[in-house]
Design a protein around this ligand. Structure first.
Ligand code: BLA
Length: 515
């Protein structure tokens, strides 16, 4: 039932992913407080060759060697910058390491080190990595559409990192997502176009990804390494790993990846003014995969640059479209010098430009319409104005609904073929309304979004697990029109402005050409 689902989702959202007390075992983590090592990952002996007890309580220089320790940028790197900011290649205990460090919220410094792969097999030399990154960014500058920029992100990140599959995954306003670009090994099934429900990436994970822009789960089969001691000795709390690149990932999510047949996963945040609008999601199925910290830093830079370009591009496209709508409205309103306003505006040309199936304008006593109208347009308009609630959205005074059959109390006969309406209330009870017909949409999901098995953990708490199947699952959505976009609402706002302007001019003929 709905209540049980809500409770289980709450459990998902409550998982403390910032403070797992563990890291992934591909590298080591040392927490340094006031120059002294106070916490380390338990794999320190295996990877660095230093016993845990020989590290705790000692100055960093004694643990890493004086030269290496002096290379670590201690308090200079506040958390929240790009991964590349603090990156250093250092020799420690006879081995080459890539070292990242950042200042944690509690004032201690988190030092993370990953061995540089012995063979240069999959790692590109630094110059090549940066040349590649810049080449893709340059190409994006001349891209002809947002979609082309998404495609460049998928191919660019795949070429840099060598993952089997790289996708651009874009959220809608409820954080459901769709794969909008993909570069994938030829023998694997494409995921392009597939939808996934918002609950696949819970809210606290999205919040974390707005702060830390890249995460790599290099091997879903590898053991994790606990931090010793469990709590930070000064704060008596688990150390916050929000910005740690080695942070051990939620077991629920690891299970999700295993079910999907994924051995390694990396994702990079796509942001617009700090808000997550999508992710570059990478999978490796043929084995564990560990692009070096340097390659990851380059991939992060590439994704950030392309995200910015995609955002700018989308805004420019929107402005361009809005201008075309405004120009056409102005032209039509010009016609209104000789004709009634409603008739002048209700033109087929405008249907095309606004991407609607029908349009109605009522001013004063006069009303005119073009294209497809509901059986009872007045009732539909009134229902939307009176409604409120979740079925009808209101933005800048514009009401939209793309599922009228469900939103109307008794839709029989009132709708005809119409399933979507956008209503712009005008002064004096006048109204501009646009309509869209019903389209049975097929939505291809990556697995049945409703299937979330519940498991009861050792602690007796029921938790929602990931789906067991990711086989393509086709859903037919009925009773809806194509959704109303931000651009649609912006065009409606422009139309309202012009209509109001014309009406005002008519009431003040003395203003003449001044308006
Ligand atoms: C995290 N879920 C994630 C991440 C992705 C997805 C990309 C980020 C971590 C990563 O890079 O792997 C989801 N991955 C996808 C999707 C696609 C993909 C949609 O490739 C599509 C192609 N997941 C569930 C349920 C829960 C859940 C029911 O399905 C709730 C218990 C949890 N997902 C979950 C959690 C994280 C996560 C807790 C955070 C993992 C972490 O960073 O610790």
């Amino acid at each position: 039932g709905t209540t049980a689902d809500a409770l289980e989702l709450e459990a998902c959202e409550a998982e403390p992913i910032r403070v797992p007390g563990k890291v992934q075992s591909r590298g080591v983590l040392l927490v340094v407080d006031d120059g002294v090592v106070v916490q380390v990952s338990e794999n320190l002996p295996e990877l660095l060759g230093v016993a845990v007890d020989d590290a705790l309580g000692r100055p960093l220089a004694e643990v890493l060697g004086a030269e290496a320790a002096s290379g670590v940028r201690l308090a200079e790197s506040p958390a929240g910058g790009p991964l590349g900011d603090s990156l250093q290649q250092l020799t420690m205990h006879g081995r080459e390491w890539l070292v990242a460090s950042h200042l944690g919220g509690d004032g201690s410094v988190l030092v993370e080190a990953e061995p540089v792969p012995a063979a240069t097999g999959d790692g590109e030399p630094t110059t090549a990595v940066f040349q590649q990154t810049h080449a893709v960014l340059r190409e994006a500058a001349t891209a002809s559409s947002v979609e082309e920029i998404y495609a460049l992100a998928a191919t660019g990140v795949r070429r840099l990192t060598g993952f089997d599959r790289v996708m651009v995954y874009r959220f809608d306003r409820d954080y459901n997502g769709q794969v909008v670009a993909e570069d994938v090994r030829e023998d694997l099934e494409p995921y392009l176009g597939l939808h996934y429900p918002a609950s696949d990436i819970p809210a606290q994970a999205r919040a974390l990804y707005e702060k830390n822009w890249l995460r790599l789960i290099s091997d879903t089969e590898a053991p994790t390494a606990r931090l010793v001691p469990e709590l930070h000795p000064r704060t008596a709390a688990p150390t916050d790993l929000t910005f740690a690149t080695l942070r051990a990932v939620s077991p629920v999510h690891v299970e999700y990846l295993r079910t999907m047949g994924v051995r390694s996963s990396m994702s990079i945040s796509l942001l617009n003014e700090g808000r997550l609008w999508g992710m570059v999601a990478c999978h490796h199925v043929s084995g564990p995969h560990t692009p070096s910290l340097e390659v990851r830093a380059a991939a992060e830079t590439l994704a950030a640059g392309l995200s910015l370009q995609a955002v700018v591009r989308a805004a420019a496209d929107r402005a361009h479209h809005a201008q075309a709508v405004a120009d056409e409205l102005r032209r039509l309103v010009g016609v209104a010098e000789t004709e009634p306003l409603a008739e002048a505006v209700a033109q087929p040309r405008l249907l095309e430009l606004l991407d609607v199936d029908g349009l109605m304008l009522r001013v004063g006593g006069a009303s005119a319409a073009v294209g497809l109208l509901p059986g009872d347009p007045d009732r539909v308009v009134r229902a939307l104005v009176d409604a409120g609630g979740s079925a009808v959205a209101e933005t800048a005074g514009v009401l939209t609904c793309d599922a009228l059959p469900a939103a109307l109390p008794d839709p029989d006969g009132a709708l005809g073929e119409v399933a979507g309406a956008l209503v712009v209330p005008l002064p004096e009870g006048d109204v501009l309304a646009m309509f869209r017909r019903e389209v049975a949409r097929e939505v291809a999901w990556g697995g049945d979004p409703g299937e979330k098995p519940v498991t009861v953990g050792d602690d007796g708490v029921a938790r929602l697990g990931p789906r067991r199947s990711f086989a393509r699952w086709q859903q037919v959505v009925e009773g809806t029109s194509r959704p109303w976009s931000v651009e649609d609402v912006e065009a409606a706002v422009a139309a309202r402005r012009l209509v109001v302007e014309v009406l005002y001019r008519r009431t003040r003929p003395d203003l003449g050409a001044a308006l």
